[in-house]
Ligand binder design. Sequence first.
Ligand SMILES: *Cc1c(COP(=O)(O)O)cnc(C)c1O
Length: 233
Amino acid sequence: MNSIERNIEEVRNNIIISAKKAGRNPSDTVLIAVSKTKPVEDMLAAYNAGIRDFGENKVQEILEKYDSIPKDARFHMIGHLQKNKVKYIVDKVCLIHSVDSFELAEVIERESLKRNLTTDILIEVNIAGEESKFGVRPEDTLELCQKISKLPHVRVRGLMTVAPYVENPEDNRQYFVGLRQLGIDINSQNIDNIYIEKLSMGMSKDYCIAAEEGAGFVRVGTDIFGERNYNTV
Ligand SMILES: *Cc1c(COP(=O)(O)O)cnc(C)c1O
């Protein structure tokens, strides 16, 4: 077993332990291997260890890697998405995690309509209210969902958040609980075409806490592929 395989096995085991601890079904949490900045060879090693979901945060990088990854693997767009780049990826990603404005959703609608697709998205929420973060404010999320619900080729599947950087992952539990509660509140409004089914939350430092609190997706990079070196890409 190479180290990527070993790492994946360890992350998987941790997800199972966390889900069970919380009385959840471990298979309700999908592990996304965040492969940004990492070479295709590393992704293929992850693929061979059973990973089918890859997270990337740059459109260009998805396009570069797309043809080298087996077709039954899925790309998730987890990074900030510029409106003028939507056209390159709507037909290449299974889920856009980072929609935080109606204007972006409208562009996704237009580009999806052109290709006769329905695009699944998550609404990115700045749950901790950090200045530096993308994402809609929690109190504006319902209204954004209501507006997006009118777009026939965009389907809101859930919510996503990037929690603060913390030393102690327990400090982020409140935010994962908060995202889950926000999803419950939105569902209670019974908006046509909107059902918050999946929560995308938890990264290398805190995915165990997120899995306990109901993550439908955890996005793990460093703990699978090792530290990223931004200078070599
Ligand atoms: C890079 C990134 C991750 C993975 O972070 P790690 O700490 O390496 O696990 C998860 N989510 C988003 C949005 C990211 O940009």
